[in-house]
Each structure stands twice: as C-alpha cells, then as structure tokens.
Design a protein around this ligand. Sequence first.
Ligand SMILES: [Zn+2]
Length: 262
Amino acid sequence: MQLVYGIILAIIISYIAYRAHSLTKNGAFMATLIGTVIFGIGGGQWAILLLTFFITSSALSRAFKNRKQALSEKYSKGHERDAGQVLGNGAMAALFAGLHAFYPESIVPWIGFAASLAAVNADTWATELGVLNPTPPRLITNLRKRVEKGTSGGISLWGTGASLLGSSLIAFLAALLTDHWSLFLLITFAGLAGSLFDSFLGATVQAMYYCPTDKKETERHPLHTCGRETVHIRGWKLLNNDWVNFACGAFGVVVALIGFAI
Ligand SMILES: [Zn+2]
C-alpha cells in the first residue's frame, strides 16, 4: 500500500514542479522515478527529508532572480532541472532507500540517505545564496586568488555559511525523525564536506569551457547562452556538472559512514 501512495505522491509533486517550471519534462519523469523509490520504500520520514531538499532548492533557485540573471551564462543549466540534474542530486539517496528495503532494522541506510541529501542541499544553498556575498569569491585551491562570481570552485563566506545552514537543516530533521541526536553533528559535517568537495572538483577536474564571443569561462556546452559554440579549456570532458553533483553526495556519504564507524 505504501508503494501505491509513494507513486501517487511522486507523480503529484513532479507534476506541480513541472508546471512551475522547476523541472523539465525529462526531469519530471526522473523525479517521479526517484520519488517513487524513496516515498514507496522509505515512507513518511524519508519523504520529509527528500521534500525538504527539493522544495527549498527549487524555491532558492527562484529567489534573488535579478542578481543571478548576469550569472546564468556561467552555469551549465537554467533553473529548470533536467533528468541529469535530478539523477546527479537524487540517485545516491534512492540507492540508500533501496538498501533500507533489504536492511530495515539498520540505521546505516538512513545515515547514507541523509548524508547524500545534506551534501546536495548544502551545495545548492551555497550556489543560490552565495551570490549575495558582497565581494567576489576566492578559489578553494588558492584562497588568495579572487574569481568572478559564479565561477566553479569559488567559495565565499556567504556561500559557505549557506552551505552549513543547508546541511544542518537536513541533519536536524534526520536526527529529529529518528531521535538519534548523535546524527546531527555527523550529518552536518558530512554535508558541508560534500559541498566543499564539489567546489574542489569545480576548481580542479570539472569540465570547463570558454566562449570566444564573450571571452568568458562557462560550464555550458556545446552552446553558450549567446548561441556560440564553447571550447573545452580544462578538466575531464566526462565530468560535467551532473557528475560533480553526484560526487558531492557520494563524498558526503563516505564522510558520514566513516564518522559513524569510528
Ligand atoms: Zn557567449
């Protein structure tokens, strides 16, 4: 029965998000699939965590629109999330919901699930709120170097603060819903670590392109917002933003599980 409710809830939420232009059509299908696994297997408390991530991220993507307009050419995608982004952010969480079906008594799937969501939530909050930082961000691999706002690998006080808040919100719910308060610090730390790892990949091995018309670095490929074809300048071509998001969640999971084990 829970599976039926799960499918219905996943369809309703994905449809609303699609109509609100938070998801593309493919993104909505993928979100329905991932939502069904998480709601259907995990049930209520798992749904609360996933929806907290989904709703706050979608809302923050819309906030401060004017300030972000100038930056949208840098990011690989607009605020309508497609199937790749949904998978990058949610595949890890769905995997642990699946594990919960096999090990219903174990807390480990819940820790992995919460840590992956804390990491992608921290990363999204940092991206969306970091633009409010009054000064340009610094490169995570060389803190003395300032980079343009929106540059992958750039970190700021506002962005890191937002990251900590985004992570601790998921961690707080993960602790509250299971009454395991030792999870609060563990998940908060894991989420923050995942989001910093995301910035580190952005500064080092993430695929980066260049628009010859605007003379700017961008994640967009093959075409820039201006319509010009972008040229690969650094990073692994396979490691696009979706894979970096996936790695962000996976790193959060690894940190949380090591922390839990020791
Ligand atoms: Zn351009």
